[in-house]
Design a binder for this molecule. Structure first.
Ligand code: C2E
Ligand code: CA
Ligand code: CA
Ligand code: CA
Length: 278
């Protein structure tokens, strides 16, 4: 019986109907899951390529419902549509800051925890206050908390986003642009945003080891980021050849299944003690 229970652990498949996704049952289940803190964070290492050390962790939301892992690509948009995002974001941020404070204690090298912030939250009233309170309560070191925002978050209201980002940086909170390269940012607009880093979307890395044009393109993106003084984290490193190329191109930080999958918080201390680069 246990076994057949386990067999039910299936991933979301594109064959599921939209109706199934959108129905009130899932929404209600999500509401309860958020209230009961069943939505949790896993943490994926961000590795400094030169040393092989874990320099950061990206917090990624996980929800197991009735034995099924519902992907965040499904339940985060559902939370957005349902008006749950403010509560969920506050809870996950608080959880991530508590973990960060614990992992940082007694550690000499800096460590950052990256938390994803949905576009609606970045400019929501009270967001900066929420973050400020967490930074104060946990006495987080500057750069310890990094918020990952997206281009759609920035361009929903450019002026408001710039103000918010500036305020966050004033608190010692880092701001990183997620999924860089997949959107439509003009360079001028990006340049006007006081970012700490950019994360290059994994679509840019997908074929760099087999497709010369992709490699050339990645090189150009890395050089551009360097020229405007933005550190880069390359996402989605799955194969050694991708890592070799990133190193050759001077990319300093990377993240991906090759370097470490997202893991439960309980596994993070062991991760921090080891060397992640193969
Ligand atoms: P993202 O922010 O771009 O996160 C990176 C995604 O890539 C994660 O998927 C991660 O598990 C996956 N990934 C990491 N390394 C590799 C790799 O080597 N290969 C491949 N194929 N994938 C890799 P995940 O956890 O399913 O999250 C999907 C998206 O859901 C995230 O994309 C983010 O946009 C959103 N999300 C996740 N957690 C949160 C959250 O707490 N808040 C908000 N607002 N959004 C979240
Ligand atoms: Ca992210
Ligand atoms: Ca990303
Ligand atoms: Ca993504």
């Amino acid at each position: 019986a246990k076994r057949s229970g386990k067999d039910r652990i299936v991933a979301y498949s594109p064959g599921m109907s939209l109706a199934e996704l959108q129905d009130g049952v899932l929404r209600e289940a999500l509401r309860l899951a958020i209230a009961d803190r069943v939505v949790r964070l896993h943490y994926q290492p961000i590795v400094e390529l030169e040393t092989g050390r874990v320099s950061g962790l990206e917090a990624l939301a996980r929800w197991r419902h009735d034995g099924v892992d519902i992907p965040p690509d499904v339940f985060i948009p559902l939370a957005e549509r349902s008006g749950f995002m403010t509560v969920l974001t506050a809870d996950l941020l608080a959880a991530a800051c508590t973990r960060l404070a614990g992992w940082t204690r007694g550690r000499t090298e800096p460590l950052s925890v990256h938390v994803n912030v949905a576009p609606s939250q970045l400019i929501a009233p009270g967001f900066v206050d929420t973050v400020a309170e967490l930074v104060r309560a946990h006495r987080l070191p500057a750069g310890g908390l990094v918020l990952e925002i997206t281009e759609s978050g920035i361009f929903a209201d450019l002026d408001a986003a710039r103000r918010t980002v500036t305020e966050l940086r004033g608190l010692g909170v880092g701001v990183s642009l997620d999924d860089f390269g997949v959107g439509y940012s003009s360079l001028a607009q990006l340049n006007a945003m006081p970012l700490d880093s950019v994360k290059i979307d994994r679509s840019f890395l997908a074929a760099v080891d087999t497709d010369r044009r992709q490699a050339t393109f990645l090189h150009a993106v890395l050089r551009l980021a360097e020229e405007i003084g933005l550190p880069v984290v390359a996402e989605g490193v799955e194969r050694p050849a991708q890592l070799t190329l990133l190193r050759a191109l001077g990319c300093r930080h990377a993240q991906g299944y090759l370097l470490g999958r997202p893991v439960d918080a309980a596994e993070v201390p062991a991760l921090l003690a080891g060397i992640a680069v193969p």
